[in-house]
Design a protein around this ligand. Structure first.
Ligand SMILES: Cc1ncc(C[n+]2csc(CCOP(=O)(O)OP(=O)(O)O)c2C)c(N)n1
Length: 269
């Protein structure tokens, strides 16, 4: 996945999907750039889980902005009507790109999920241990066939939506304390003994950082390390593909015309 994020040819989707479009068949995992689509996709995964892999559940993450998508609301209904094994985690950071969510959202999102018949819980999304515990409770519930569950996690947005986002400066200013609080929570959770020895946890964080550093450089240190080159490669191979398809279509059309001429159909026309 890290290599995909860097646009590498040996990334999860050959460096073509980028961070928004990740798919893994062996892990039964998918992401999409279509805002709100994670929940309908989650409903599909949950249906498959119930039919094909009894005892497993589907997990979907969504944002607060996405919660106003029509297809997502239909999915909340269907998942409840069919009592599907689906856990949705809604991460509410108060923003949908540059729109304050409160300006476009009616009512309360937890009440909304509850109204569809979902089991719901609210959690402080910056408290990693609480998220782990409450998610664990809901996973158990969903796994035991008691229908879908909704975990609503509030957290600050630590950065702008994208690198050129003019809100970057503003949100940095707004969330200075929040950043410290969140990172403090993440670090103390990583060091808590109940999830394994502190030493093992620090070692695992170090391993993860090492993997990221290696993925960034890449074994060959060639120009494929640059995501811009990856994008250019993808464009070039798409152009080749288009040429191939055009040529095939031309051939088929020519063959069809010839066949029609031979059969006298064109003369009739
Ligand atoms: C169907 C669709 N509409 C609009 C967009 C553009 N868009 C990308 S992110 C985003 C806001 C999403 O807000 P939220 O769900 O709160 O997620 P967050 O920004 O917190 O990650 C929008 C509108 C999109 N990708 N897909």
């Amino acid at each position: 996945m890290l290599r995909e994020l860097l646009g590498k040819p040996d990334g999860l989707c050959h460096g073509r999907g980028g961070h928004m479009h990740l798919f893994s068949r062996p892990h039964l995992a998918a992401t999409s750039g279509i805002v709100g689509s994670s929940v309908p996709i989650g409903v599909g995964f949950a249906l498959a889980a119930r039919r094909l892999r009894s005892g497993s559940i589907a997990l979907a993450y969504t944002g607060d902005g996405a919660m106003n998508q029509g297809m997502l609301l239909e999915s909340l209904n269907l998942a409840a009507a069919w009592a599907l094994p689906l856990l949705v985690v809604c991460i509410d950071n108060g923003w949908a790109i540059t729109t304050r969510s409160e300006a476009v959202t009616g009512g309360d999102l937890v009440d909304r999920a509850r109204a569809f018949g979902w089991a719901v819980e609210r959690v402080d999304g910056t408290d990693v241990v609480k998220v782990h515990e409450q998610a664990g409770d809901l996973v158990g519930r969903v796994r035991h066939g008691r229908g879908p569950a909704f975990l609503y996690a509030t957290c600050p947005r630590l950065d702008g939506h994208f690198l050129g986002d003019p809100l970057i400066e503003q949100s940095r200013h707004l969330t200075g304390d929040a950043t410290r609080k969140t990172m403090g929570g993440v670090i103390s959770a990583a060091l808590k003994a109940n999830g394994g020895a502190a030493g093992a946890r620090v070692a695992s964080m170090a391993r993860m950082m090492g993997t990221m550093a290696r993925a960034r450089v890449g074994p060959s240190r060639d120009r494929h390390g640059d995501p811009m080159h990856a994008a250019a490669r993808a464009m070039a191979s798409r152009a080749e593909e288009r040429q191939r398809i055009d040529a095939e279509v031309e051939q088929e059309v020519a063959a069809a015309i010839e066949a029609a001429l031979a059969g006298g159909e064109v003369a009739h026309a």
